[in-house]
Structures are given as structure tokens and as C-alpha cells.
Write a protein that binds this ligand. Structure first.
Ligand SMILES: Cc1cc2nc3c(=O)[nH]c(=O)nc-3n(C[C@H](O)[C@H](O)[C@H](O)COP(=O)(O)O)c2cc1C
Length: 327
């Protein structure tokens, strides 16, 4: 069970914000398969960029199921406050602040995980955002900038004192990027240092893995990122296991085929066909990677040449048909 503000759900499994992945169509699929908590891709706090097609799509959460949890990124307190308020006006119901992203584009502007090096600025940003909105504010961090500069406990205390209502910790430092083992013991230290809910993140891929991480960290929930790519059913499966102890199985191939078809159409509707077709290549690639035992390389090569939604659907129908799957 997890509670954020007035939102209470039996699930304590959160789909991680992932730029280029957790767009509205993907979030909707995660929810259809039972995910209760899904965070949007990060939206820049620089409103001058909101006119770009990329930001415009990221700022669309109308009609989406509650709670609409939107992540903002930036390094300037006043700008972050304005961005948070504007997102709430657009329908956001929880605001997450990105201090975990290692991307160069984000770090060059000293945003994302680079902020962890400036604790005073962290406090100013959090205070400004919490004051600016009347919805819960959450924060996502890494353990610190490097193994030598691990200050997650300190950041967690700052966050709590500023009124942040939930903290997610990716158990790596900025310097680790995505390499090396996730340090769950250090997430446990963060959990023990604050009273607000702490969510463990990093390399969680299965229901049993989630259970193990919860046992090690004592965290209040788990956040799942890359493992959800091509598996929008995974968060729901993990949540189901954590609540009931029952290990479900991945959907049947026919369900995966219908999901891919629906997803391709949803992407075309959301982005327009030209962009939708390109975004669909990435997701279909992930679905195929996740569907073990299926010979995907040649399929992907063909799929990636296609330039229309109709052609993509036809190839799925042809190559991912029940008779072929049974063969
Ligand atoms: C493609 C991609 C995009 C990401 N974008 C964001 C983002 O927009 N905001 C953020 O806080 N973290 C972002 N992350 C980090 C994830 O939210 C998560 O912390 C990280 O992937 C570790 O979790 P995992 O091991 O379950 O993938 C991104 C990760 C990936 C792989």
C-alpha cells in the first residue's frame, strides 16, 4: 500500500519516469495492465521550450487516469516553481522533481543528478516548488554525485524538512550512470533517516527481485524503469505478487500481439503518423526483446523499414500470427 497526499493504492510499485519511453500512450498501457502509479517523462522547467513538439507532447496528460504524476527538471528555483504550478494548471496531481538523471544534456545545465552537489540549491528548489503548488511534491535522486560524495541521507533530510512527501532513490551515484551493482544497503540508510516514504529504484526486473529489494531496503515501495520497456504488464504483475503472494505469468502471445497493435495505433494518434511510426519502432523492438524465444532480428529489420502505421500493423499480423507463434 502506498499513500501520496489523498491518493491511496494497494500497489507500492511505481513506473519510473523515462524520457522517450513513459509518454502518454505507454502510461495508459501500463495502467491497463494494472499499474497504479506511473510517472511522466521529465518536462523541462524552461517554459521557453514548451512550444517545441517534444515538450508539447510531454505536457499532455488530459483525460489520463489519476493520479497524474508529472516530473519536472531544472536548476533554477523560481523557474521550477512556475513550471510546477503550470503543470498543476494543466492537470498534474503530483509533481516529481528530477535530481537523478545523469544525462549530459540535463547535467550540463547543472540539473538532474548534478544538483546533488549543491545542497543549498537543492533546498531552495524544493522549498520554492512545495510553496508554489497545493499538490504533493516528490523527489527522485541518486545516492550522490560519486562514491566519494554520497549525500543521499543529507538530501533526504533536506527534502523532508522542505515538505517533500515521497523520495525515490536510485541506488547508484551519478558517476556510476547505469554501471555496477545497485547499492541497496545505502537505500536502506536513507530509509532509516527520514519518516517520509522512501522508494527503492535500480535493476528491479521481477516480482521476486522486488520482494528481495524491499526486504533489504525496508523501502515503502519500488520503482521500475527499464524492465517495463516492452513489458507494460510487469508493474501490475509485481504489485499483484507483493499484495497476494501469487506469481502471475506474462500475457499470452495473442495478448502481446494485440497490445503491440493497439500501441502502434495509439502512438500514431498521439504523435501523428510520421513521428508515431518512428516511436513505434522502438517499442515494438522492446516487445520483441521481451518475448523470449521469438526470432526477432529479421522481424525488426523489416519493421524498421516501414513508413506507415498500416504497414506496421500488417507486418505484425503476418509475422506475429497465432500459426507462426505456434510453429
Ligand atoms: C531511457 C531512459 C530515460 C530516463 N529518463 C528519466 C527521466 O526523464 N527522469 C528521471 O528521473 N529518470 C530517468 N531515467 C532513470 C529511470 O527513471 C531509473 O531511475 C533508472 O532507469 C534506474 O531504474 P531501472 O534500473 O529500473 O531502469 C531514465 C532512464 C532511461 C533508461
Amino acid at each position: 500500500m502506498l499513500k501520496i497526499g489523498s491518493f491511496i493504492r494497494s500497489s507500492s510499485v511505481i513506473v519510473a519516469p523515462m524520457a522517450g519511453v513513459t509518454d502518454q500512450p505507454f502510461r495508459n498501457y501500463c495502467r491497463q495492465f494494472g499499474a497504479d502509479w506511473v510517472v511522466s517523462e521529465m518536462v523541462t522547467s524552461d517554459a521557453r521550450l514548451w512550444g517545441t513538439a517534444k515538450s508539447a507532447h510531454r505536457l499532455r496528460f488530459n483525460g489520463e487516469a489519476e493520479p497524474r504524476w508529472v516530473q519536472i527538471a531544472g536548476a533554477e528555483p523560481a523557474m521550477m516553481a512556475i513550471a510546477a504550478a503550470r503543470n498543476v494548471d494543466l492537470g498534474a496531481q503530483i509533481i516529481d522533481i528530477n535530481m537523478g538523471c545523469p544525462a549530459k544534456k540535463v547535467c550540463r545545465k547543472a540539473a538532474g543528478s548534478a544538483l546533488l552537489r549543491d545542497e543549498t540549491l537543492v533546498g531552495l528548489i524544493l522549498q520554492a516548488v512545495v510553496r508554489a503548488v497545493d499538490v504533493p511534491v516528490t523527489l527522485k535522486i541518486r545516492l550522490g554525485w560519486s562514491r566519494e560524495e554520497m549525500n543521499a541521507v543529507k538530501i533526504a533530510r533536506i527534502a523532508e524538512s522542505c515538505g517533500v512527501q515521497l523520495l525515490t532513490v536510485h541506488g547508484r551515484t551519478r558517476q556510476c550512470r547505469f554501471a555496477g551493482e545497485v547499492d541497496y544497503e545505502s537505500i536502506a540508510k536513507v530509509k532509516n533517516s527520514v519518516a517520509i516514504p522512501v522508494i527503492a529504484n535500480g535493476d528491479i526486473t521481477t516480482p521476486l527481485c522486488a520482494e528481495r529489494v524491499l526486504n533489504i531496503t525496508g523501502a515503502d515501495g519500488v520503482m521500475i524503469g527499464r524492465a517495463v520497456q516492452g513489458r507494460p504488464w510487469l508493474p501490475g504483475m509485481i504489485a499483484h505478487y507483493l499484495v497476494t503472494g501469487e506469481l502471475g505469468s506474462a500475457p499470452a502471445a495473442e495478448v502481446i500481439r494485440e497490445t503491440m497493435r493497439g500501441h502502434i495505433v495509439a502512438l500514431s494518434d498521439f504523435y501523428g503518423e510520421q513521428t508515431g511510426v518512428r516511436v513505434a519502432r522502438k517499442h515494438v523492438g522492446w516487445y520483441l526483446d521481451a518475448h523470449h524465444g521469438y526470432e526477432a532480428r529479421e522481424f525488426k529489420n523489416c519493421f524498421n523499414q516501414l513508413e506507415s502505421t498500416r504497414a506496421q500493423l500488417t507486418l505484425i499480423d503476418d509475422r506475429f500470427s497465432p500459426s507462426r507463434l505456434a510453429a
